[in-house]
Design a protein around this ligand. Structure first.
Ligand SMILES: [Zn+2]
Length: 283
C-alpha cells in the first residue's frame, strides 16, 4: 500500500472559501489537539467514476469540507458515527477527484475508529417487536398496548417505589451547569399521612404521597419575566398513573411558555401550594 502525506492547507480557492475551510480544520484540530496533527493518509482504492466512488462510501461517511489542489478537488468525509458537533472520530477519508482524468481515488487515515457510540435511545428493540405483534393482533390503542405489555410481565416491574423515587430525586437535585438540563427543583415525599391530619378536605385515600417539580435553569429564567402563571394537569400524559402538571405562563402572542412540570400524587390545595413554592424557589 502506498502511503501519502498530504498538506491540508494547500488551497487555491477564493479567500472566503479558504477562510471557512481553515476555520473548520482548526476547529477539528482543536478538538483533537492531543492526537497527532498531521494525518497519515493511505490510498484505499481508485474507482472509474465519481458516482461509483460516492456510492461506495454512502453509509459510513458524511461530507465534511473540500480543498482544491493542483491534483484535483479533495472532498473530506468524517466518520458519521460521531456527531457533527463534538469530537470527531480519528478515522476520516477523502475523495480525490483527479484533475487530469475522471477517476476518483479514496484515501483513508491510518487510525482506529474512536468515535463515541451513543447509548440506545427510545423503546427497546425486543419491546418494539412485541408491540408490533400486538398491533398486528388488533391491539392498536396505546393504553391497550401498555396493559398488554404489563400483563406479559416480561420486562420487569415498571413501577417505582417511593424509596426509589426519593433516591432518584436526591440524585438529580443539583443544579446542572448546562442551563438546558433538567433537574429536580424541589420534591417532597410523605410516608403514611404525615401531613393531612388537619387538612380541611380530607377525602384521602391515606398512605403515601409525593410531589416533584422538575425544570431547567433556562425555563426557570422565564419566571422572572412573567406576570402570571397557568397550571393544568394532563390526564393523557401520565406518569405511573399520576397526572403530570404543566406550569407556565402565556405571552401577548397567546403562546404558552412552560416553567417546568410537576408530578403529584394528588391535585389538592397542598399540591398546588407545593408547586407555587417551587416557583418561588426557582426565582
Ligand atoms: Zn469512527
Amino acid at each position: 500500500m502506498e502511503v501519502v502525506q498530504v498538506a491540508q492547507y494547500e488551497s487555491d480557492t477564493s479567500n472566503e472559501e479558504f477562510v471557512e475551510e481553515n476555520y473548520r480544520i482548526n476547529e477539528n484540530e482543536k478538538l483533537s489537539k492531543k492526537k497527532k496533527l498531521k494525518k497519515c493518509w493511505i490510498k484505499e482504492r481508485t474507482l472509474d467514476t465519481a458516482a461509483e466512488a460516492e456510492a461506495s462510501i454512502l453509509d459510513q461517511w458524511s461530507k465534511y469540507y473540500t480543498n482544491h489542489t493542483e491534483n484535483g478537488r479533495m472532498v473530506y468525509y468524517r466518520c458519521n458515527k460521531a456527531k457533527l458537533r463534538g469530537p470527531q472520530c480519528s478515522v476520516s477519508i477523502y475523495l480525490l477527484y483527479h484533475a487530469d482524468h475522471d477517476k476518483v481515488t479514496i484515501y483513508k487515515t491510518e487510525a482506529e475508529h474512536d468515535h463515541h457510540v451513543d447509548k440506545v435511545r427510545g423503546i427497546d428493540e425486543n419491546v418494539k417487536k412485541c408491540i408490533e405483534e400486538l398491533f398486528n393482533d388488533g391491539i392498536m390503542k396505546p393504553k391497550q398496548i401498555i396493559r398488554a405489555l404489563q400483563a406479559r410481565k416480561k420486562y420487569g416491574s415498571h413501577k417505582i417505589s417511593l424509596g426509589e423515587l426519593e433516591q432518584r430525586c436526591e440524585n438529580n437535585k443539583n443544579i446542572p451547569t448546562d442551563e438546558n438540563e433538567s433537574f429536580v427543583v424541589s420534591y417532597k415525599i410523605l410516608y403514611n399521612d404525615e401531613e393531612y391530619e388537619d387538612d380541611e378536605d380530607v377525602e384521602d385515600d391515606g398512605g403515601n404521597k409525593f410531589r416533584i417539580f422538575i425544570s431547567s435553569v433556562r425555563l426557570l429564567g422565564i419566571i422572572s419575566m412573567s406576570s402570571h402563571l397557568c397550571s393544568d394537569a394532563t390526564y393523557k400524559l401520565v406518569w405511573q398513573g399520576f397526572p403530570v402538571l404543566i406550569i407556565g405562563t402565556t405571552d401577548l402572542n397567546k403562546a404558552f411558555h412552560p416553567f417546568g412540570l410537576a408530578i403529584c400524587s394528588n391535585e389538592k390545595t397542598k399540591d398546588f401550594e407545593f408547586i407555587f413554592n417551587c416557583i418561588q424557589i426557582g426565582l
